[in-house]
Each structure stands twice: as structure tokens, then as C-alpha cells.
Design a protein around this ligand. Sequence first.
Ligand code: GLP
Length: 314
Amino acid sequence: MEVVIVPDAETGGRFVAEGIARLVGLKPDALLGVATGSTPLPVYRALAALVSGGEADLSRVRIAQLDEYVGLPARHPESYRSVLAREVLEPLGLGPEAFLGPDTTAADLPAACRAYEQALAAAGGVDLQLLGIGGDGHIGFNEPCSSLASRTRIKTLTERTRGDNARFFGGDVEQVPRHVVTQGVGTILEARHVVLLATGAGKAEALAAAVEGPLAARCPASALQLHPHVTVVADEAAASRLDLADYFRHVLAGKPAWQALRPFGPSDGAHGSRARPGDGHGRSGTGSRVSIMSSDRDPSASSKAPTVRKPFFS
Ligand code: GLP
């Protein structure tokens, strides 16, 4: 697991967007797994800026939905289908044909879940899955104690998640659906590369459990420890509970050229075959253009002294 600590959400968004643009440069019809919520929005904004500035051509990418509410009409403004149309498809100039998602209005939901799994496989599998993390450690809508081998299925939300998401429903938790369809943890683990984004102090505890805690269904995001190609991008606040934060900074600061940060390499292998350890690393190339600054403090400086910042890659 590669952990990249960024000064703020916007820098993280640009870093991930430039990585996605690089992946799409290598595989123009890449299948991108996209998440909803507030966290990935800087990525989508940065991607749109790259496209409108002529720096990236995403015209052939396809996007795959991670999860969806059950019980909302597809056209409801807060259905994740609507959110992704608004935040991803339209800004990137993509049409509805570029979208893959489960039909959560189907009468037979288990069949719709199976059909979505088949559609993902038929599309060649997800090349890069973008994830946020719930305050309770969920990924997608895989709430605590979800099977770590689960596939796309119906889940019941915790009241905490409903409360967290009430802000999208005018603050009225009663408007937040109780049931959802989500890619399973096992489904997510089949993506060739997983990028987990976490921003803000509210995610610090969940992120520490995911990255450093035991592998446990209690924290579904900890299942990412099993995946050989995960990049965690966290801002300082979200990284604040990581015991190994200084080590992660040290690793990135000291990467020799042959081990350069190359998290967005070309996807290879058939759908279902996991990325191999080392995929995306050690290949020649220029790496991200976003200069991310470490925030290691000079140990001789007082706690009130300005943070000593030095670029660890550019
Ligand atoms: C929702 C979504 C998740 C998302 C999480 C965090 O429940 N289903 O995919 O990662 O919330 O959302 P936010 O980024 O708004 O904190």
C-alpha cells in the first residue's frame, strides 16, 4: 500500500487527476470506477480542467458506478446516477453510453446485481477504482462487518451513514434511503488499481484503521491491505492518526528513480487477475507533474515555527 500525504484536498485532487490522465493516455478506453460523496469532487474538477485545457483526452473512457440508493427514482437529483452524470459525465463531455451502473429500479434486485457484475466483467474489468471512505470505514456502501469476499448486492445502511448523508437531502435523515446496492468488497478488490482518497479530520480514525489496523470486516476498507496495488491519498488532517505517517513521508521523499512513485501505470492482464506486486513501479517515465510537498517539521524548530516543506517528487 502506497500512502501519499498531501497538504490539502485540492492538491490531492490534481495529483489523482493527473494520474488518471496518464493512465488514459496509455489506455484511452480505460474503465474508471468512480465514487460519490464530497471527497472525490476535487479529482473530478481537476479532470475537467485538464480536459477543457486540452491537456487530456478522456473522450473514450467509460465510468462504472460503485454504489446506489434503492428506492430513489433514477432521475432523483441525489441518486448516485444523477450525481455522477452531473459531476463526472457532463463536465468530461461524456454521454450516457459511457456509463455502467446497476439497475436499482429493477423488480428483481438480486438479478440486477448479478447483471452488473457480468457487465463489469464484459467491459474488461475496472482499471482504476476511486474510493472515498466512510467515517465508519465503509467503502462503497459496504458497511462494517460486510463480507470481505462480497459481491454486488443489497445492503442496509447504518444510521450513522444515513446521518452523514442527510446533508445531501436537505439535512432530513428520513429522506435518506435505508437500502442500497453496492459493489462488494470482493468486487472492488478486482479493480487493477485502487485509489483511496481521504480528506478531513473526520476520516482520520477510519483511515488509520484501514491502513494500519488489523484486517477485519469491522473496517471494510482494511480489506484493501489484501490488494497489491493500492494508492492512498490523504490530506494532513485525514493522515493525522497514522502512526506511520512519518515513515510514509520518508518512503516518498527517498524514492530512488528506479522506485519512483508510479501509481498510475498501464493496466495489464485480464479482468479478474489482480495487479502484480510492483505493477506501476520501476518503469521509466516522468511521473506526476503535481508537486506534492511533504510537511516534515524541522525537529529543531519549535511547534509554532512554520512547517518546513520540501518537494518529494515532481
Ligand atoms: C458514501 C458513499 C461512499 C463514500 C462515502 C464518504 O456513503 N457511498 O462511496 O466514499 O459516503 O463520503 P464523503 O466523501 O462525502 O465523506
